[in-house]
Design a binder for this molecule. Structure first.
Ligand SMILES: Cc1cc2nc3c(=O)[nH]c(=O)nc-3n(C[C@H](O)[C@H](O)[C@H](O)COP(=O)(O)O)c2cc1C
Length: 198
């Protein structure tokens, strides 16, 4: 797994090889080991393989994205380019995993500040679960990419997938086999830039 930390990179295009169901399950199992507040494990998954479901999800998210992007200073061509790329990323991935947050086990406080902190902690742990998933995928020879889009339109994603109330989509991980372009690895900052000495 230590090797997976150093070799993982986001891969956004996949070849057509199918991904074994047991393999996907093993990735989800890796998330069970992620840390979470009060050990609540507040993440849930939807694993999507069916083309029609990917299509529905990508189209609904695309509509919302268009609505949002129209408020930015972008040309129509730029907007359609972004939407097409997002659509292709979702529909062309052999497996799409939607990671959701639930509030089960969340502590309730009498003040807003601590309730917000509690929600933030739950959100952190969804990120830890996603990272476990990505590293497990890397360790098993799969390629993956984290897509943030659901945080901008979680009700749209929830409706498209007919999720039960209280299941809030936070991320998409696309998954498949592919070829990593090592030369295209995103550069990293120096550790010394990120360390605050006081
Ligand atoms: C919270 C989060 C959201 C992200 N959302 C997207 C996204 O929407 N689209 C995308 O292509 N990559 C997305 N990424 C991947 C980042 O762009 C990528 O991790 C970063 O550029 C570093 O590259 P690497 O993963 O190859 O090391 C996201 C990563 C994180 C952690």
């Amino acid at each position: 797994m230590a090797e997976a930390i150093s070799t993982r990179q986001s891969v956004r295009r996949y070849d057509g090889r199918p991904v074994d169901e047991a393999l996907v399950l093993s990735l989800l199992e890796a998330t069970l080991l992620a840390p979470s507040p009060h050990n609540t494990q507040p993440w849930r998954f939807v694993v999507i393989r069916e083309a029609a479901t990917k299509e529905r999800l990508a189209c609904r998210m695309g509509e919302k994205l268009r609505h949002d992007l129209k408020k930015d200073k972008l040309t129509d061509d730029e907007i359609e380019g972004i939407i097409t790329r997002s659509y292709q990323r979702i529909t062309a991935a052999p497996v799409v995993i939607v990671i959701c947050l639930v509030r089960e086990g969340m502590r309730q406080y009498p003040d807003r500040r601590r309730n917000q902190a509690e929600l933030l902690m739950f959100t952190h742990s969804v990120g830890a679960a996603v990272q476990n998933l990505l590293l497990a995928a890397e360790a098993r020879g799969l390629c993956a990419c984290w897509m943030a889009a659901p945080v901008y339109c979680s009700p749209v994603v929830a409706r498209a997938l007919k999720l039960p109330p209280g299941v809030i989509p936070h991320a998409i991980v696309t998954l498949g086999y592919g070829v990593k372009d090592v030369a295209a690895r995103r550069p990293r900052r120096l550790l010394s830039d990120l360390t605050l000495h006081r």
